[in-house]
Write a protein that binds this ligand. Structure first.
Ligand code: AMP
Length: 177
């Protein structure tokens, strides 16, 4: 199927929820896309077509909606998966990073043995907004010895300029706003 038609169908399945989780935020709800088997598969098709060229050897995805897409992408690409989680959730020895939010700060963790030395990692999440979360995840990947081959997002909120925070690695996104 033509790329534009696939992306248009995916875009039509994203539900805007105004003022969630806070006033002023328009939340991009992916659950209608997840509910439709053809659209779910199509989202993984487009993500993988974009990511494949970067020859990833592992997928690292961000809690929690990133896990949904990341694990499907890992399966499709035939590579392993490693989770990045909120502090205190991972059972084994972990590395933590703190990063600034609009108000305050947040932190993420990865297992110290999540990637092999020099491994090419694809970082996956549902939404690229300001880029802080993906940037922190990339820093974690590098701190445990991986190389960030590319980033892949289902949705990119381009007007927030997150892509500019992600350095030289390629950014693949399916639906852009
Ligand atoms: P950021 O660090 O600003 O790029 O935010 C990215 C993270 O926040 C991702 O894990 C998203 O799931 C979530 N997020 C940010 N903005 C939105 C939004 N408008 N709709 C849905 N999720 C969002």
């Amino acid at each position: 199927m033509n790329e534009d038609i696939r992306v248009a169908a995916l875009r039509a399945a994203i539900r805007d929820v105004p003022d969630f989780p806070r006033p002023g935020i328009v939340f991009k709800d992916i659950t209608p896309l997840l509910a439709d088997p053809a659209l779910l598969r199509s989202s993984i098709d487009v993500l993988c077509e974009g990511a494949m060229a970067h020859r990833p050897q592992r997928v690292v995805a961000i809690e929690s909606r990133g896990f949904i897409f990341g694990s499907l992408v890992a399966d499709r690409l035939g590579v392993g998966f490693a989770p990045v989680r909120k502090p205190g959730k991972l059972p084994h020895r972990s590395v933590r990073i703190s990063y600034a939010l609009e108000y305050g700060e947040d932190a993420l963790e990865i297992h110290e043995d999540a990637v092999r030395a020099g491994e090419r990692v694809l970082v996956v999440d549902d939404v690229l907004a300001t880029g802080g979360t993906a940037r922190a995840t990339a820093d974690l990947v590098r701190r445990v010895g991986g190389e960030v081959a590319a980033f892949a997002f289902v949705i990119e909120l381009g007007f927030l300029g997150g892509r500019e925070k992600l350095g030289a690695a390629e950014v693949v996104s399916v639906i852009r706003y």
